[in-house]
Design a protein around this ligand. Structure first.
Ligand code: GDD
Ligand code: MG
Length: 367
């Protein structure tokens, strides 16, 4: 089976994590996010995958190549100007000759694609849309269905008073090739605001496929952190087999007096000093160094992060080559961009975001 993954957006809301990379490449459990998505598709027999891209494509292409290493066949479609979600798929029309999946490139789910395809065929739908329940539908596309599960209304980013259901578009579709005839070529067009409403107007059958399975979008750093935690805690078992323990990469050295409590993933060649406390769910990327007496709880560290003596990191994210010097504290939902240096004796406020390369002088921030 075939799929198109939309990896066009710049990921502005994930900044500063996406200042130097794209959403698709941010590491989740020490692997690029997109690798998890490809594994998910492959798990359902979808191995012919087109990446529709408009931003930093070479980064992705350089890493994944033709997909052989992942056991899939990858093709790339690059837009000179972003064509929107539907325009990007139209741009790959010559490769699409049978019902195919379309996935937003910033979601990860455990929704059963095999069963979804079965329902799609049974309903003889032109499009099927996977639906997932959320708390706040106003930041998504709301999808109303009738008693037979057919879509009757689609409202993208509804106002609060327009919300009639908490079931939203999960960003996973099955599309029949003839639907592409409704999409103008080489013109920015969205499925959500143009194609779906048009199909409804033309009385074309759109099936809603509701699912209670795991689903998340990595729109913000908070959700990015949650995804890492969820996978490590085994909330999406077919995406990641959680061991519930401490997994340590090759060449890492852990001082015997360090206290590491599950679930923790430690990358290759890390050095963990004496008396360090790490409490899961936590992730350390490759080549991180954690000095004596530091505490890490619920944090996600990318590669080459330096954590000084007696530093406290709690439910925060530290991107590549960032440094937190001794006795500093980085609390909940803080995000340090690549190569940020937090000088010693600083105490950041919750939710502080620091852009890449910024240096904070010793003792200049206290809360
Ligand atoms: N190739 C390409 N070209 N991809 C694009 C383009 C484009 O011009 N514009 C957006 N994308 C990709 C984004 O990278 C993302 O993976 C996906 O399409 C959806 O775009 P977002 O910008 O993330 O939209 P959203 O999160 O506000 O809303 C969408 O996702 C929700 C679920 O997370 C909509 O589909 C909603 O209806 C849905 O509920
Ligand atoms: Mg999104």
């Amino acid at each position: 089976m075939k799929a198109v993954i939309l990896v066009g957006g710049e990921g502005t809301r994930l900044r500063p994590l996406t200042c130097n990379t794209t959403k698709a490449m941010v590491p989740v459990l020490n692997k690029p996010f997109l690798e998890h998505l490809l594994g998910y598709l492959k798990g359902h027999g979808v191995t012919d995958i087109i990446l529709a891209m408009s931003y930093l494509p070479h980064h992705i292409q350089g890493h994944f190549g033709d997909g052989t290493k992942m056991g899939v066949r990858l093709s790339y479609r690059i837009e000179e100007e972003p064509l929107g979600t539907a325009g990007a798929v139209k741009n790959a029309e010559d490769l699409l000759d049978e019902p195919f999946f379309v996935l937003n490139g910033d979601i990860l789910a455990d929704i059963d694609l095999t069963a979804m395809m079965r329902h799609h065929r049974q309903a003889k739908a032109k499009v099927s849309i996977a639906l997932t329940p959320v708390e706040d539908p106003t930041i998504y596309g709301v999808v109303e269905t009738d008693a037979q599960g057919m879509v009757v209304r689609f409202v993208e980013k509804p106002k609060r008073e327009e919300v009639t259901t908490n079931m939203i578009n999960a960003g996973i579709y099955i599309v029949e090739p003839e639907v592409l005839d409704y999409i103008p070529p080489a013109k920015p067009t969205m499925f959500e605001r143009y194609v779906f409403p048009l199909l409804l107007e033309k009385d074309e059958a759109i099936l809603g496929y509701p699912s209670e399975s795991y689903w998340i979008d990595i729109g913000t750093p908070e959700k990015y952190l949650r995804l890492n935690h969820d996978l490590l805690l085994g909330k999406a078992p077919s995406l990641f087999k959680a061991t519930g323990g401490v997994q340590t990469g090759d060449g890492s050295q852990i001082n015997p007096s360090a206290n590491i409590k599950a679930s923790v993933l430690i990358g290759e060649e890390c050095v963990i000093g004496p008396g360090v406390e790490i409490k899961g769910p936590a992730i350390l990327g490759p080549k991180c160094e954690v000095d004596e007496g530091a505490t890490i709880e619920g944090a996600v560290l990318w590669d080459n992060v330096r954590v000084g003596k007696k530093v406290i990191l709690r439910n925060c994210i530290a991107a590549s080559h960032s440094e937190i010097h001794e006795e500093s504290e980085v609390p909940d939902n803080c995000v340090l961009g690549d190569k940020v240096v937090v000088g010693k004796n600083n105490k950041l406020a919750q939710g502080t975001r620091i852009r890449p390369d910024k240096r904070i002088a010793p003792g200049s921030i206290s809360f």
